[in-house]
Each structure stands twice: as structure tokens, then as C-alpha cells.
Design a binder for this molecule. Structure first.
Ligand SMILES: [Zn+2]
Length: 226
């Protein structure tokens, strides 16, 4: 009986709030997901590879992992999360990242945090997409998360059009932290890791506060060694 009621409820819910894929608009069976199986199968996993040796700016970072390559489907999703206020999609990305980067294949991670908003424009939006991704990942990994570990003290324009050296300069003294971090191993979550300039700036600050290890984790990367 309970099963029947649940089925009827789900049927009504689907009519009132149909759950369609954010990419292809086809129906998504799993109610917790916003991306259908077919679209997700087009994501290209990087297969758990620590690419710290190929990162342009590794200072302060011990390991770095990205779940997928930044192909169109992934970029579109991140764009959606970033500009269309979709916390559910952000959490789904985090959850799916956890499947690509299993926690038991990493060293000990005590705490997750997200990179603070990276521009005045983002701040005006009023939400930080990396926090939602961080939340989804933290839940799936069963690791606690804390958003306010880092504070942004310098807001800059978008980094997309900057050279690697300009990105690095842009990030100088951009973050601070007043926390005392007692030898914790911390994973910092971002949507995209490219040169590592932003991640490194955050990592150095947290190391100065006492973090023992910093792992960078992102949804995607344009390519290893970019
Ligand atoms: Zn789809």
C-alpha cells in the first residue's frame, strides 16, 4: 500500500514538477538528478590522476584532482550552476565528482572548503556555486565542510582572458584567513582548475594558518598541464 501511494505521489509530482535534463530536456528518472544518464555518459573522466606536477602554480598545494575534462557538456553545466542559481545541480555535480574521485583512494582529508567568490560580479549574484559543489562532495565523501575558512579581500575582474602570469599577479594578496587550523588536511573545491593560480593563493594562506596538507579538487580542467 505504501509503495502504491509512493508511486501515485511520484506520478503526480512528475506531472506538476517534471524532472527534465538540464542539457537535453529529456525526462530524468532519478528524482535527485538534473542530468540524464545519456548526457552524463558524454562527460570525459580524467580517471583519478594527481596532476600536481603539471600544474603551472603548485605552491602550497600537495595534490590536485579534477573529475572531468572541460568539454562542452561539462562547461554548459558549470555555466548553468554559476549563472542560473541551481543549487540542486551544484550538489549533483559534487556527488558525481565523489564517484570519480573516491575518498578511500585519497589520503586523509579532515575538512572541505570552497574557494570564495572570485569577482565583484559574482558577489552581486549572491551565491557561490563552488559551495554547492563542495556540499555535494562533502556529503558523498562523508567529510565535514566549512565555507568561511577563507576570506576574499581583493575582488578582481574575470580571469578568463588573462595570461597565466597575469592570473598569478591577480591573485597576490587576494585571500586571508583568521582561522587557526590545527594540522588539518584540507581539500579546497573549485568548479574549474586551470593554472592553479587561485587555488595556490588559497593553499598558501591555509598552510600559514597551520594546515598540514592541501588537496585541490575541481569538477573539470581544460587539460592536464595547461
Ligand atoms: Zn540529457
Amino acid at each position: 500500500m505504501a509503495y502504491l501511494l509512493q508511486s501515485v505521489f511520484n506520478g503526480i509530482k512528475d506531472i506538476v514538477y517534471p524532472n527534465n535534463c538540464v542539457i537535453c530536456n529529456n525526462y530524468v528518472e532519478e528524482s535527485q538528478n538534473c542530468i540524464c544518464k545519456r548526457c552524463f555518459s558524454r562527460f570525459e573522466p580524467t580517471w583519478l590522476e594527481d596532476w600536481i606536477d603539471k600544474l603551472r602554480f603548485p605552491e602550497g598545494i600537495d595534490e590536485v584532482y579534477s573529475s572531468w575534462y572541460a568539454i562542452d557538456a561539462v562547461n554548459d553545466i558549470i555555466h548553468n550552476v554559476k549563472y542560473h542559481n541551481q543549487p540542486r545541480l551544484g550538489e549533483e555535480l559534487g556527488r558525481r565528482m565523489a564517484a570519480e574521485i573516491p575518498i578511500d583512494e585519497l589520503g586523509e582529508i579532515d575538512l572541505l572548503t570552497a574557494i570564495p567568490l572570485n569577482s565583484v560580479k559574482n558577489r552581486e549574484r549572491g551565491y557561490n556555486q563552488s559551495e554547492w559543489i563542495c556540499k555535494g562532495l562533502a556529503k558523498a565523501w562523508n567529510v565535514p565542510y566549512q565555507y568561511n575558512l577563507l576570506k576574499r579581500i581583493k575582488y578582481t575582474s574575470t580571469q578568463t582572458d588573462l595570461s597565466a602570469t597575469e592570473r598569478k599577479k591577480n591573485m597576490e594578496n587576494a585571500f586571508t584567513s583568521t582561522n587557526t587550523i590545527d594540522s588539518l588536511s584540507i581539500a579546497i573545491v573549485d568548479d574549474v582548475i586551470t593554472t592553479g593560480a587561485t587555488l595556490s593563493a588559497c593553499a598558501v594562506v591555509l598552510k600559514n594558518c597551520g594546515a598540514s596538507k592541501i588537496t585541490g579538487v575541481s569538477c573539470c580542467t581544460p587539460q592536464f598541464g595547461y
